[in-house]
Structure formats: structure tokens, C-alpha cells
Design a protein. Sequence first.
Length: 364
Amino acid sequence: MRIKEIIQVIEQLAPLPLQEEYDNSGLQCGDPNREATGVLLAIDVTEDVIEEAIALGCNLIISHHPIAFRPFRSLTGRNYVERSMIMAIRNDVALYAAHTNLDNAQGGVNYKLAEMLELQNVKILLPKDNSLLKFVTTVPLLHAESVRNALFNAGAGHIGNYDSCSYNLTGEGTFRPGVGSNPFVGEAEKLHFEQEVRIETVLPVMRKEEVLRALLAVHPYEEPVYDLYPIANEWGQHGSGVVGVLPEPMPEQEFLYLLKDIFNLPTISHTKLQGREIRDVAICGGSGAFLIPRAVSYGADAFVTGEVKYNDYYDAEDRLLLAVVGHYESEICTKDLFYDLLSIKFPTFAIHKSAFDANPVKYL
């Protein structure tokens, strides 16, 4: 099995186009066509983690945080990032990261956190915008079904829990084939009238290329006509953070103790207790302070995240309970997420969770 086959499984859940603009998810170094000898799953890549992979006979490390987050002008070993990259390259260890694409994916990090808290009716807190396109094409009447099916199979036509969504209108199309053309119907230099179906559907921006390839592969015309329109609809299937409902409401202090137990925390920071019951919970792994206003406007009783700044506690303004569990602690579940995903697909392959504690934050 090649390294790229393992990567493909990760990207089926968390396609790279889901990552934020500032991110650098994907293959950091290594040859994707090399035979995989084993995979080590980690939160961060450090020299200790690479040594662990070498000792286990793994030539692929899949991490949540990308080691190559910023461009390199040189690789001289002046810090742990450069030393780690040099060590990986020298020992033929491929490094792959699934970061904000995994955060934003349905079924990704935040869904895993919601599962740990046993939240119900889970949905995206801040759906991604500018992520959808309206797709329109016209096709001869007898070929409409095959073209529709090809578009749907390529990823078009999904709206919420529905698939194969389209609107179809029968009408008459006209065209005049030019000299040198090879028309499916009609004759060169003669105006032709054809009964056609106008097919309208919707697709994620990241599926545009696949959908266009599918259209061109099955459409009978020499020059298929299609239009792509950006639309302002929110895409509720992917985005930042999630929100859900606890099985039973509980007092604030009990909820905080629950978080300490679930995340195995020696301590937890939070805003002032207000004596409210916690029922609706918003959650975002890692640095989720940007979602505090969204959680407030949603009406969440609590917002759980991994990292905030001092003033973010003020920004909550007693409108919800803000609980901060630690950046590393909120994302350590990604190792389980990777493991579950890969072990189902490759049940006999050597998959290891890193035993090294790479958390740079220590508690006394």
C-alpha cells in the first residue's frame, strides 16, 4: 500500500479545500508514491515523535498540526521545526497534517468532541460561506438522466440530508455548427432546434473540477454548455465549531467537573458562575475565541474551547459560561479520530498512536 492511499482516506473525510487560507495542511514532505511501512498518529511533530516513528518502523506520520506552517527560506536546523524537517527527510519519513480542514469537516474534530460530551442534535456553529455554486447545464432530452446521475455521483445535488437535488425544465435550444465542427445532432452551417432539458443543481466549490469532468465525460455535445453562479447560501455541512444539547441539563459547576473528567484536566479556567443550568453547549477545539459572539447569538449556555486570550473572558459578558480546557487537551482526540478512520479501512496495517506527550504547556 502506498502512502498516498492512506492520505486519500483522510482527505475523503477532510478535503484540503476545507482548510483556512492561513493553514498549510497536506503532505509536508515525503514521496506519496512510496510503499507505506507503518503510520504514527500524533498531535504535533517534534524530534521525539520522529524518533518514535523510526523506532516503530513507520515511514509516515499523520499529525493534526502542520510542522511546516510557514515558508522556509533555508533549512539549517536552527529551531525544532527545521531540525524535525531535516530528521524526517534524512530518514525518509513522510509528514502529513490534517489541521483546519479536519476542524471544519463534518465528522471531524469538533464532532468528536461533541461525541465525548454526548451532545445530541449536533450541528455546525458557523457554517462556511462562499462555499457553494449554482450549476446549470442543458442537455438533449434523452440524455438528461445520464447527465444528472453523473453530476450527482461527482458531488452535486446535496442539500442538508437530501441528495440528488435538481430542478429540470424542458425547452428548445438552438445552435448552428460551424465549419470543422462535429455536431452530435444537426448539420454544419445549418441552424438546428433541439428539445433540451435545463438542469439546475448546487455543488460545493471544492467539487467544481470533479463535477465539470463528469459533465464533459457523459454530455453528448461536442461543446457542452454550462454556467456556474456563486451563491450566498451558508453551507451547513462544514464549518467552524459545533453546537448541541446535553442529554440532561446540569448545574454549571457540575458541567465544569464533567469537563475536567472528560479531558483529564488538573485545572480548568472559566468565567464567573451565574447559577444557570447548562443545556445547549457550543464547542470548538483549539483556538476558538472567534466563535464566542456566534455562541452567544445562538443562545448557548456554555462555550467550550481550547485556548482564549485574557480579554476574551470579558467578551463573554456573563451571557454564557466560557470554559477553557487547553489547546492540546481539546485536540488530543484527533489521534483517536485518525485511528478509527484508518483502522476500519486498513484493519491489518500497522497503525500506532504516539505515546509521546508533545504538549508544550505543563501544570504544577
